[in-house]
Design a protein around this ligand. Structure first.
Ligand SMILES: [Zn+2]
Length: 112
C-alpha cells in the first residue's frame, strides 16, 4: 500500500536552445549607410549573380503622402536582378533605390 515516490527533477532532459533561423541559404551582407538607408550585398536567389542593392526603409519621416495627381502605377519596392530579371531577394517595408551587379561575388573567393 505504499505509493512509489516519483521525483521528476531529472535534469538530463534539458533541451538545448534551438539554433537561430536564417533565411534559406542566401548570402546577404547589410551595410547601414544612413539612419534610413542600407546597402545590401547579396546574391540573386535565382541566378546567384552578386548584387549590391540600395534600399531606403520606409519610416513615418520619409513615407509622406504623395501629392495628388502623381500616382505610381506600381510600387517600386521590388528589386529586379539586372542579370536574370527575376526578383533577387524579397524585401519588405523598403524602397529599392538601385540594383547593381557586382563584378565578383564576395562569397566566391572562399579559398581556405
Ligand atoms: Zn538573377
Amino acid at each position: 500500500m505504499t505509493k512509489p515516490i516519483s521525483e521528476n527533477f531529472d535534469e538530463s532532459h534539458y533541451k538545448p536552445e534551438p539554433p537561430e533561423q536564417f533565411f534559406p541559404a542566401q548570402h546577404l551582407k547589410v551595410y547601414q549607410t544612413s539612419p534610413t538607408e542600407q546597402l545590401l550585398i547579396c546574391e540573386c536567389q535565382k541566378c546567384l549573380a552578386p548584387l549590391s542593392i540600395e534600399v531606403v526603409f520606409m519610416t513615418p519621416q520619409n513615407s509622406k503622402p504623395r501629392p495628388k495627381g502623381k500616382t505610381d502605377s506600381k510600387p517600386d519596392n521590388r528589386a529586379q536582378c539586372p542579370n536574370c530579371g527575376q526578383v533577387p531577394i524579397y524585401l519588405e517595408s523598403c524602397i529599392v533605390k538601385s540594383v547593381n551587379q557586382l563584378p565578383t561575388s564576395p562569397w566566391q573567393n572562399s579559398e581556405s
